[in-house]
Design a binder for this molecule. Structure first.
Ligand SMILES: Nc1ncnc2c1ncn2[C@@H]1O[C@H](COP(=O)(O)OP(=O)(O)OP(=O)(O)O)[C@@H](O)[C@H]1O
Length: 596
């Protein structure tokens, strides 16, 4: 990931050329070298096609790529990498033109110092171009035998660049493999203290055994999940692709803010073939969880195993079997949809016709193929098309584990249904974790279901609203759902189980004029003394009535009687749905948080 970030800044232009000119199988340094060779020759800069030019460009481009890999270890932000890369490029050009070249041409400046300066790749590039220009007027340009000329510095330049290439590549590999397998170098140094020896397979961490405090004993389903995890950690093999063992994330306090417990001791086991829905309001910790699972951040304590590999120590191996659809689309504006998929497909080791076929199938399944859409730049895509492309990227290369952070955000209903079908098909043989944000907001939006008035204190009302499509998506796609509030798992189970567990009541909604609210309340109390009002606004009231206390026929009877006394604009009696479950779970979580 870091490598791409830096590469995007440093070799962005080279990559774009690659994408537009090379075929799938050819390594791109070769193509770029040939391109530069042809361009320079055809523009009359050099009068011949020289093999030396090809070798020179080839070595230089590979050196640049190695430098990009090395530099990637030091940057975690695309912007910073881009700015530094541009400063290096322009600064080098400036210094080379006004300073270095005068040293090269000077008869007094020691040649030894010129060679020392050429150790810097930018100067060796300039020296090489300078030497080509010197020989450009000769018939045939620079030849191999010209390398022996005493004034020709090309031989040194080629040797220096070649050695530089190997050294930089070696150092970059060493840093990436052994020093900092994760994110930015400085951050990694501080995390090395947490590094554990490599694990051969599942192995319970000692930390997890000590930490029982985070599990609230009254959550039977959550406890059951924890027991399952404990059991899985002692098995030598398992059908579970993802096992989280007391995963915890605490962000340190900054700028006077206290530290933030974003994910609290999470135990979770997701088998292959399951789509697990992680639902929760904004700030519940869903993205923090995903960021740990995809290696963007390290867990504070605990760990998770993906296909048996520990996310603290084996992230590089995990990347090869993982797909991610991030919350915000990370796309190159100037690359087409097809080019994106070709790029990510190659990263997943797809080649030749298998790659072409996978890309086409993926584009077709997400409606990004026909009408030239596949070959349109992603920058010209609508928000929904970008989202679909992100989902396609996450699924290319047949990953075993896929994380989708709010995949259908911003999609119109037709695209959403299409995306749901794609995800549903994709989950057959892989584990998918899908997050969905459920709005908890005091703003009333007619597109959302207004579900509950939590309390009315001091004249203020906090209204819970749940985005209807989030719930629909969760129910349609997910085999199991977990509700998160304030970083902790509140309940877990399949939609039917959850509805049965929390669905002990009917929801009775009635709309009259405001003058008759009290009479409606009395009517409901008469029907069921334990009924509770959950929402009231301008004559519309909503009650939860325990199923054990009423018969549906009695409700009909009561409403008919009421209609004879005053006007009832609308009324309805509904069974508990997933929205109600979420409201109840959130309310209980809030109440228990207030008490503690
Ligand atoms: N880098 C950070 N430093 C400090 N606090 C953070 C950081 N990232 C997230 N948080 C806090 O951690 C909590 C969980 O955030 P997170 O983004 O994981 O929630 P979320 O469920 O994904 O929310 P959303 O649906 O809005 O994306 C929030 O209170 C957030 O403010």
């Amino acid at each position: 990931m870091r490598t791409f970030i830096f590469c995007k800044g440093l070799v962005h232009k080279c990559y774009l050329n690659l994408s537009k000119t090379c075929t799938n199988e050819q390594p791109f340094p070769t193509w770029i070298s040939l391109l530069l060779l042809v361009l320079s020759s055809s523009h009359g800069l050099f009068y011949s096609y020289s093999l030396i030019q090809f070798v020179f460009y080839f070595i230089y481009i590979n050196l640049q790529i190695s430098l990009a890999f090395l530099g990637a270890a030091f940057f975690s932000s695309v912007k910073t990498a881009t700015v530094v890369a541009y400063i290096c490029v322009f600064g080098t050009g400036f210094l080379a033109s006004f300073l270095f070249m005068s040293f090269v041409e000077s008869n007094y400046f020691p040649k030894m110092w010129v060679i020392v300066m050429e150790l810097y790749p930018g100067f060796s590039l300039y020296r090489g171009l300078y030497e080509f220009a010197q020989y450009a007027q000769l018939d045939g340009g620079m030849r191999w035998e010209d390398l022996n000329d005493s004034e020709n510095g090309m031989k040194e330049v080629l040797i220096i660049m070649f050695v530089n290439w190997l050294v930089v590549l070696f150092v970059a590999y060493g840093i990436d493999r052994f020093v900092s397998p994760g994110s930015g170098v400085r951050r990694r140094k501080s995390q090395n203290s947490q590094k554990k020896p490599l694990l051969s397979f599942w192995k319970p961490s000692l930390q997890s055994k000590d930490s029982t405090l985070n599990v609230q004993m009254d959550k039977a389903d959550v406890n059951q999940e924890r027991e399952k995890v404990d059991q899985l950690l002692h098995e030598s093999s398992t059908s579970h692709a993802i096992v989280c063992d007391n995963l915890q994330k605490i962000y340190p306090g900054s700028d006077g803010n206290p530290e933030k417990l974003a994910v609290q001791g999470l135990y979770l086991a997701v088998p292959r073939g399951e789509c697990f829905g992680m639902l929760g309001p904004n700030g519940a910790g869903k993205t923090s969880f995903i960021n740990m699972m995809i290696g963007l951040t390290k867990p504070t304590t605990g760990t998770a195993f993906v296909q048996g590999l520990d996310i603290r120590t084996h992230m590089n191996e995990i990347y090869t079997s993982m797909g991610v659809c991030p919350q915000h689309d990370l796309l190159w504006e100037t690359l087409t949809g097809r080019e994106h998929l070709l790029f990510y497909g190659r990263l997943k080791n797809l080649k030749g016709s298998a790659l072409t076929q996978a890309v086409e199938e993926s584009l077709k399944s997400l409606n990004l193929f026909h009408g030239g859409v596949a070959d349109k730049q992603a920058g010209k895509y609508s928000g929904g098309m970008k989202r679909r492309l992100s989902v396609a990227i996450s699924l290319i290369g047949d990953p075993r584990v896929v994380y989708m952070d709010e995949p259908s955000t911003g999609l119109d209903p037709a695209s959403r249904n299409n995306l749901w079908n794609v995800v549903k098909n994709a989950k057959q043989d892989r584990a998918i974790i899908l997050t969905s944000s459920l709005s908890l907001s005091p703003i009333i939006n007619t597109n959302q279901l207004l579900l509950m008035l939590d309390h009315i204190d001091n004249g203020t009302a906090l209204v819970y609203m749940v985005s209807a499509h989030s719930m629909e998506e969760a129910e349609f796609l997910c085999d199991r759902l977990g509700f998160f509030v304030d970083g902790s798992l509140q309940c877990i189970g399949n939609p039917e189980e959850l509805k049965a567990r929390y669905g002990w009541s009917y929801v009775f909604t009635i709309t009259t004029s405001s003058d008759h609210e009290e009479e409606v309340e009395n009517m409901v109390q008469h029907l069921s003394p334990s009924a509770s009002k959950v929402y009231q606004l301008s004559g519309t009231q909503k009650f939860e009535i325990p199923k054990s206390e009423i018969r549906i026929a009695d409700v009909f009877q009561a409403v008919e009687t009421a209609k004879r006394k005053f006007t009832v604009f609308a009324w309805g009696l509904a069974d508990t749905n997933m929205e109600d479950v979420f409201i109840k779970v959130s309310r209980e979580a809030r109440q228990s948080n207030t008490l503690t």
